[in-house]
Ligand binder design. Structure first.
Ligand SMILES: [Ca+2]
Length: 345
């Protein structure tokens, strides 16, 4: 009897494990990665620590910093998080069209940089990036699992646009594209953050955003409107690092400096919200809008425009879900819970 019971329990456990594997959402994590306090690294920590998510690969792109910095920082993050087997693929080192300018140099971001990357905390990783290029990996992976793979794109959309252009069957086989990018003036908090009306990721590669947004892929946009519903204060930070793990230690050494320098300032979270919305869609409120991106090299270069109905000039604007509100407390509590969980053995 005892043996029978044990056998039943074992079978039940195997069943649960199989169900968990089958139910995981397979993602490609496309990122202009930089170590904390940058948002990409905290979004990756969230994905790595969430059993709902299966990361098929990380693809890097120039954005916050150079693609070389994105690649070396992402590799080091995987070592710290004890998940060194997730492959990292080096992506585009420059936007499709946008060239370095005096304005770009003066403003935030070093996407145009060709300097050697600074070593990440603890030094460069011993693991290496894959030999395969990011675009090749993205196309191959999506075609191998038609309409199953979600792409979370939290940097300039250069790699994604190149994948769309490289393979005509690619777009129709992507399950979903979740983008951190843009700012929608129609909705509250819709100003830009790099020019008056343009958001950074879209402004760095407007032509790529234009290709991605018109691709026909089902899109969920996580623009600045929803980022501005977040407020990471020192109190939340202190709760986050109250449990000692390699991840919270890294956050203390990096993110912690912000709260030493400016203890009363609240910081926005960006890519973390896009990632969290895949794990728990109820964290955000969305509205279905027509959205397109301006690619004229003038006053509105890289500006996203969203509308409830189409308008003259917006004939190509695809409809997509646009995030504009956030259950902040539920989001930050989930984020802290995931960050504090023990790392995989
Ligand atoms: Ca990013």
């Amino acid at each position: 009897m005892r043996h029978l019971l044990l056998a039943v329990l074992c079978a039940a456990n195997v069943g649960i494990a199989a169900a968990q594997t089958a139910d995981r959402i397979p993602i490609i994590f496309d990122t202009d990665f930089v170590m904390p306090p940058h948002d990409d690294s905290m979004a990756l920590m969230l994905a790595l620590q969430s059993p709902e998510i299966e990361i098929l690969g990380i693809t890097t792109v120039a954005g916050n910093e150079s693609v070389e910095r994105a690649t070396s920082d992402a590799l080091r993050m995987l070592e710290i998080a004890n998940q060194p087997d997730i492959p990292v693929y080096r992506g585009a080192d420059m936007p499709l069209v946008h060239a370095k300018s005096d304005y770009a140099v003066r403003k935030y971001g070093r996407w145009y940089s060709n300097e050697a990357p600074e070593p990440p905390p603890g030094g460069f990783a011993s693991i290496q990036a894959a030999d395969e290029a990011a675009v090749s990996f993205i196309v191959r992976t999506v075609l191998a699992r038609p309409q199953q793979v979600t792409i979370v794109a939290i940097g300039p959309l250069t790699n994604i646009a190149q994948a769309i252009r490289a393979e005509p069957r690619f777009a129709e086989n992507v399950a979903r594209l979740v983008i951190m990018g843009g700012a929608i003036a129609l909705l509250p908090d819709g100003a830009g953050n790099i020019t008056p009306n343009a958001e950074f990721n879209f402004w760095v590669d407007p032509e790529a955003a234009h290709v991605a947004l018109r691709s026909g892929i089902p899109i969920e946009l996580s623009p600045l409107n929803v980022s501005r519903k977040s407020a990471l204060t020192r109190a939340w930070y202190e709760e986050m690092v109250a449990v000692d793990t390699p991840l919270t230690r890294l956050l203390k050494d990096t993110l912690g400096r912000r709260f030493v320098a400016e203890p009363d300032r609240a910081w926005l979270m960006y890519d973390q919200i896009a990632m969290a919305s895949i794990i728990d869609p109820d964290l955000v409120t969305t509205e279905r809008l027509h959205v397109d991106v301006n690619i004229d090299h003038g006053i509105s270069y890289g500006v996203s425009v969203g509308g409830r109905d189409t308008w003259p000039g917006a004939e190509q604007a695809q409809q997509m879900e646009v995030q504009y509100d956030l259950d902040w407390e539920r989001f930050i509590e989930m984020f802290i819970d995931r960050i504090q969980r023990p790392l995989p053995e």
